[in-house]
Design a protein around this ligand. Structure first.
Ligand SMILES: [Zn+2]
Length: 266
């Protein structure tokens, strides 16, 4: 009896907090009309069933509460641009959760490609320095940089079907979760790290050798730049051309399916 009233009050208080949070999240949800427009423009989102698209909208709304999307100079990202980024950024973490994008907050949007000071090593081990044009970049413990003209839905036809810069850069962030970008993101407990490393290393070496021999690998050669780019580019294929990846490289497809907890090839 003595515990009854405090217990009841606690339950009432918890219920009120849950109701208030749900109400707040509903109020901040991406407006239905804008969400439908973005889904209508991006085949990637249309591939998901209705229930999954609803979860994606909820997650993308939370993403926009959590992350800051800023433009450079006088370029101000519109709400439409923010939703285009959020919707695609949330595809890889649909079954993983927003915590997978922890530890950083900002996405910097450029109107078009930008120039960065880059360092790179040639085949003889000599390090070079100079300016390089980029459409996207993911900084370790820092922001993601994106060029709008490389992700705008109305220019999707101008890009190869597998290409998705948003997924690419956010895959780098997942890779960085456990330290450096090396193509080895934090695997789930049920996954076998030896299998992951073997599948990725074997295919990376095989494709690199074929490329060096002048063969057509029928995959974006940029993937073979290093293991980090391999993971990011293969993640693009996984979501944008899953059927192709599953039929051509099934073992790698299934490693990614276990990691992303999704089977986009059906
Ligand atoms: Zn990259």
């Amino acid at each position: 009896m003595y515990h009854f009233i405090p217990d009841m009050l606690r339950r009432l208080w918890q219920g009120y907090r849950r109701w208030r949070l749900a109400r707040l999240l509903r109020a901040r949800r991406i407006p239905a009309q804008l969400w439908c427009q973005v889904v209508g423009e991006l085949p990637l989102l249309q591939a998901y069933a209705r229930g999954d698209r609803h979860r994606l909208r909820v997650l993308a709304s939370r993403f926009l509460q959590d992350k800051l999307i800023t433009g450079v100079a006088d370029f101000e990202p519109s709400t439409y641009m923010r939703v285009v980024i959020a919707a695609q950024a949330c595809v890889p973490i649909l079954n993983l959760g927003l915590d997978y994008y922890q530890g950083w907050r900002e996405i910097i949007l450029y109107p078009d490609s930008f120039v960065v000071q880059a360092h790179w090593q040639d085949e003889f081990g000599v390090v070079h320095e100079g300016e390089e044009g980029r459409s996207g970049e993911a900084w370790e413990q820092g922001p993601i940089l994106l060029a709008w003209d490389a992700i705008a839905p109305d220019r999707v036809a101008a890009r190869p079907a597998y290409m998705n810069l948003v997924i690419h850069e956010f895959a780098h962030k997942l890779d960085l979760l456990n330290g450096v970008a090396d193509g080895y993101p934090p695997l789930h407990r049920a996954m076998n790290s030896h299998d992951w490393s073997e599948v990725f290393a074997n295919l990376f070496n095989q494709l690199s050798n074929e490329l060096n021999a002048g063969h057509d690998v029928q995959l974006d050669p940029y993937a073979c730049t290093n293991p980090a780019e391999f993971f990011a580019v293969l993640s693009e294929y996984f979501f944008m051309a899953p059927g192709l990846l599953a039929s051509r490289y099934p073992t790698l497809y299934w490693q990614l399916a276990h990691f992303y907890q999704q089977t986009p090839a059906g």
